[in-house]
Design a protein around this ligand. Structure first.
Ligand SMILES: Cc1cc2nc3c(=O)[nH]c(=O)nc-3n(C[C@H](O)[C@H](O)[C@H](O)COP(=O)(O)OP(=O)(O)OC[C@H]3O[C@@H](n4cnc5c(N)ncnc54)[C@H](O)[C@@H]3O)c2cc1C
Length: 500
């Protein structure tokens, strides 16, 4: 295995010189480290991670049942076969990531408990000066990096998002956010209300149903679910034939991505038919005693929000067994013993879980400056959802909503490695994207078209996200199937790239 050059930590007062600084050791940051190591041996790089271990999302979230909602054949990296069940627990994902780190010697590049506070670009030096607090001792560490590789994820890891409901303080029980799950929380004999009906709620409800007195999922509006066996028949058949795991990984990924492309197309072409199929899937698991209306019949067309996969239909089995139930209503206010709904009913609770989503944070709370001027990501226009006008030598990973995040992390990593090679050949020290003369009249729009995809956390956070142009190269198109072919052929001498 080729080895990237390992920078040595310096004293607190010194500046450590590196080629690439990777922000975050989640699935994107660890993937970035792997690709730099294997595709660009000799690169001096460091991964700075605020938490005390790798994993990002899969370390932050410790609520009962925490698991992926997309299959690990595609959420797993392109380069390391996934051999388990398609839907995996956080522990399984962490173990897989741990193997990637150990097998490739990536741990020596990762510095944990380093929270990056600022990154300042200097056009004189053509470098980023990055400051990080070493959380172990409070000292500030300084790095001078040629490229800032942002793998910070899309939400703030510290608190989750909890709306302010009237009279929350009057509730006598405990209010818990899934992002900060108290490890001492004992739900035995408790009445639990989970607010929300996204993937987190759909995971939590069946996971606690057996251990608490009763769990209620309180939703303002219904969500689409796909309940199905947590198995991949094709993978199982190939395994029976003793096909090599790396082949199985490749074939099963191709199959899943083929089927997902067809499904996504159908959601736009024949939304009513897809809707009926999705509802029929839920009906089959719910049984005749639990009608689809009003709790499982969303008003929007499929795929305008993420569709949660429910492995083995566990959410619906809990409902059938009477251990879990669903209420579709709005919160009027909190009361001492629970939640008063707009219908007038009171949902009694001892514990309320606010599975209400995330606090969007596109810059990892890093104060970005360019030549002394503060740059907010919202002031930039994105080039293919990975580079931004006004931010030189800066690449950012934002995955897919309708396909696994990691598919894009791998594609962006290939692009970064190619770009670094191209800069080396051109002897360029700076690259920035800029609107070309032909882009002058292009409309500049918010990050995402809310007609296309509109989950609450994106709509709440559009104002902090970069803007997009009308042309696909000035957007994060969310279209893996086009990007997988387009990205490797991106013309790095296109006029959108300005080198220096
Ligand atoms: C509960 C949950 C389930 C999900 N399930 C799926 C799924 O099944 N499939 C899917 O495709 N997507 C899923 N997602 C989306 C998910 O966030 C991504 O798929 C993926 O894990 C993101 O990886 P990442 O490495 O880009 O970011 P993250 O996992 O968010 O990791 C970013 C890391 O960067 C660190 N960091 C951030 N800022 C700084 C800073 N200033 N200094 C130092 N370190 C910093 C953070 O501490 C964190 O460790 C899920 C999200 C959640 C919350």
């Amino acid at each position: 295995m080729p080895e990237a050059v390992l920078p040595q930590p310096t004293a607190a007062t010194e500046v450590e010189n590196i080629d690439v600084l990777i922000v975050g050791a989640g699935i994107s940051g660890v993937g970035a480290a792997y690709h730099l190591t294997t595709q660009r041996p000799g690169t001096r790089y460091v991964v700075l991670e605020a938490q005390d271990t790798f994993g990002g999302t899969w370390t932050t979230h410790r609520y009962p049942g925490i698991r992926s909602d997309s299959d690990l054949h595609t959420f797993g990296y392109r380069f390391k076969p996934w051999t388990g069940k398609p839907i995996a627990t956080a522990a399984e994902i962490l173990s897989y990531m741990g193997e990637v780190i150990a097998e490739n010697g990536l741990d020596r590049h990762i510095r944990y408990r380093h929270r990056i506070s600022s990154a300042a670009w200097s056009s004189v030096e053509n470098r980023w000066t990055v400051e990080a607090i070493d959380l172990a001792n409070g000292e500030t560490r300084r790095f001078s990096a040629g490229l800032l590789y942002m793998c910070q994820g899309y939400y703030r890891h510290a608190p989750g998002y909890t709306p302010e409901w009237p009279e929350m303080a009057s509730f006598k029980g405990r209010i818990v956010h899934p992002q900060a799950w108290p490890q001492d929380l004992d739900l035995a004999g408790k009445r639990v209300v989970v607010i929300g009906s996204g993937a987190t709620a759909a995971t939590l409800v069946p996971a606690v149903a057996d251990s608490c007195a009763h769990v209620t999922m309180l939703q303002r509006s219904p969500t689409y679910f796909i309940p199905a066996r947590n198995a991949n028949d094709l993978a199982d058949q190939l395994r029976q034939l003793q096909i090599d795991e790396s082949w199985i990984h490749e074939i099963v990924r191709k199959r899943i991505l083929h089927d997902q492309a067809a499904f996504t197309k159908r959601c736009f072409a024949e939304p009513d038919k897809v809707r009926e199929e999705l509802l029929a899937g839920v009906r089959a698991y719910l049984g005749p005693d639990h009608p689809i209306e009003p709790h499982f019949s969303p008003s929007y067309r499929p795929w305008r929000q993420r569709i949660a996969f429910v492995p083995d239909g566990d959410l619906f089995r809990g409902i059938r067994a009477g251990k879990a139930s669903v209420v579709t209503d709005e919160i009027a206010r909190f009361v001492g013993n629970g939640i008063e709904l707009k219908s007038g009913a009171v949902l009694e609770a001892d514990v309320i879980v606010t599975a209400t989503g995330f606090d969007l944070c596109p810059d990892g709370d890093i104060a970005l400056t360019v030549d002394g001027k503060r740059v907010a990501m919202a002031d930039t226009v994105t080039w293919r959802g990975m580079m931004f006008t006004g931010l030189p030598n800066f690449v950012w990973v934002f995955g897919y909503f309708r396909a696994s995040w990691t598919l894009r992390a791998d594609l962006v990593a290939d692009f970064v490695c190619r770009l670094l090679g191209h800069m080396e050949r051109r002897q360029a020290r700076r690259v920035e994207v800029a609107l070309r003369p032909e882009d002058r009249d292009m409309k500049i729009l918010p990050w995402i078209d809310d007609e296309n995809f509109n989950p609450g956390y994106i709509l709440r956070g559009q104002h902090v996200l970069p803007r997009r142009g009308e042309k696909p190269e000035w957007q994060h198109t969310q279209d893996y199937w086009t990007e997988k072919d387009v990205f490797p052929k991106i013309d790095l001498d296109d006029r959108a790239f300005v080198y220096g």
